[in-house]
Design a protein around this ligand. Structure first.
Ligand SMILES: Cc1cc2nc3c(=O)[nH]c(=O)nc-3n(C[C@H](O)[C@H](O)[C@H](O)COP(=O)(O)OP(=O)(O)OC[C@H]3O[C@@H](n4cnc5c(N)ncnc54)[C@H](O)[C@@H]3O)c2cc1C
Ligand code: FES
Length: 280
């Protein structure tokens, strides 16, 4: 490789699809290995740009925890359009291009010794999973782990086996809800994710919140965390999705009131974006 070339954020690094797992009708987990053998070296909350050759490039959160000494990593993707469709069509062994990791991350060290309330709406579990799995790997360094998950319907739940395994652990508290049941078989909580919040007792001086979900979720969940649970707003972290192209602050596609979400975000401390009209 030409000296210096490996560091350009514009050049995709080739990676190979090594595993594909269907998570729901529209969402699939993809595990890749970087062909150059280097670890991705990401931090929880960061994203990558994935190129499907001949089709296009799109941003995805890294869902696996940072792993030293391995060149593999996972993303989970909803099949929604051109690139995601082409990704779903790839067979194990196919090549893609990877740029990144890019963007900000959850401040893992700040969470050490503290309780973490994870609030995952819909696909929000995908980026939160990286932080969650990091905390589970270093379980003794963290306090309580509370996981609230809200999904539109039972059939849209993702990582079902993994979440069921988590809920059997004595050191993780899991609560799940679905917005509506339809004709599915579901015996759990029904209602939007805010209906779970009054059921948790938090140590407000000792709790950080990490939340990712659809834009409509944030206002209500933050309102409940700050208003009802009295969590200090500067202990709340959110991840914001914007349309992204370059991923490195050059093209302006992802601006939020003049801030590049791909560089200053996607993970923001709530108090840093609260004054920005376009953020939430
Ligand atoms: C930082 C970041 C992290 C992301 N992480 C994930 C992830 O972990 N898993 C995942 O499935 N998706 C994730 N996304 C969204 C993902 O990038 C888009 O779904 C993808 O770009 C769609 O590409 P496409 O070519 O398949 O769709 P297109 O053919 O481009 O579009 C299909 C439809 O989706 C809409 N659309 C495209 N991109 C977005 C977007 N970013 N937000 C809302 N609507 C959009 C289009 O307007 C259009 O209606 C993330 C986005 C960002 C910015
Ligand atoms: S994606 Fe280009 S500036 Fe953020």
């Amino acid at each position: 490789m030409t000296p210096g070339k490996e560091f350009t954020p514009y050049a995709p690094r080739p990676a190979t699809l090594v595993r594909k797992v269907r998570l729901s009708d529209f969402v699939t987990l993809f595990e890749f290995e970087q062909d150059d053998g280097r670890p991705l070296a990401h931090k929880p909350g960061q994203f990558i740009q994935v190129s499907v050759y001949g089709v296009g490039e799109a941003p995805f959160s890294i869902s696996s925890r940072p792993k030293a000494g391995t060149n593999s990593f996972e993303i989970a993707v909803r099949n929604i359009g051109t690139v995601t469709n082409a990704l779903h069509d790839l067979a194990v062994g196919a090549k893609v291009g990877i740029r990144g990791p890019f963007g900000s991350c959850f401040p893992v060290q700040e969470f050490v010794g503290k309780d973490t309330l994870f609030v995952a709406g819909g696909l929000g579990y995908i980026p939160l999973r990286s932080l969650l799995r990091y905390q589970l790997r270093h379980r003794e360094e963290f306090g309580r782990i509370l996981l609230l998950i809200g999904t539109r319907s039972p059939s849209e739940r993702i990582f079902v086996d993994e979440i069921e395994a988590l809920s059997r652990r004595s050191d993780v508290e899991v609560m799940e809800t679905v917005d509506c049941v339809g004709d599915a078989c579901w015996e759990g909580n029904v209602g939007v994710i805010t209906t779970l919040l009054p059921k948790v007792r938090l140590d407000v001086e000792n709790t950080y919140v990490a939340m990712v979900g659809p834009p409509v979720m944030y206002r209500f969940v933050i309102g409940a965390c700050v208003g009802d649970q009295c969590i200090p707003p500067d202990r709340i972290y959110v991840s914001l999705e914007r349309k992204m192209k370059c991923g490195i602050g050059k093209c302006g596609h992802c601006q939020i009131n003049g801030i590049s979400a791909c560089v200053s975000g996607p993970v923001f401390r709530y108090t840093d974006i609260e004054p920005l009209k376009e953020a939430l």
